[in-house]
Design a protein around this ligand. Sequence first.
Ligand code: AMP
Length: 113
Amino acid sequence: MSDTLFMKIIRREIPATIVFEDDLCLAFRDVNPQAPTHILVVPKQPVAMLSDANSEHGPLLGHLLLTANRIAAQLGLKDGYRLVINNGAAAGQTVFHLHVHLLAGRSFSWPPG
Ligand code: AMP
């Protein structure tokens, strides 16, 4: 886990466009955006995927969601946004460091693809 791409971004070993940081998480723009606004909210504590989390991670998971909402408010995303967590390769997860996608700026279909 210590050498995931996102740990390298957290340690500032590779560049990213950071939009928010606090003691628990870092948020930065996705390098391959799927919407006009596409931000990743990443815990500094390395957890590979949501299914690895347990009750001890509850406050951290809540913090990630509240942080995504805070960023949305700061960016003025008044028309809504979508949060996505891909859990596992079959669900589309490619970086095995838990993260929340914050997507906004276009219409989103349902069910998701
Ligand atoms: P997932 O497929 O849910 O694991 O999401 C991983 C996300 O990380 C994808 O949306 C990628 O575009 C994004 N990503 C990969 N490399 C970088 C990078 N260097 N900086 C920012 N985002 C990245």
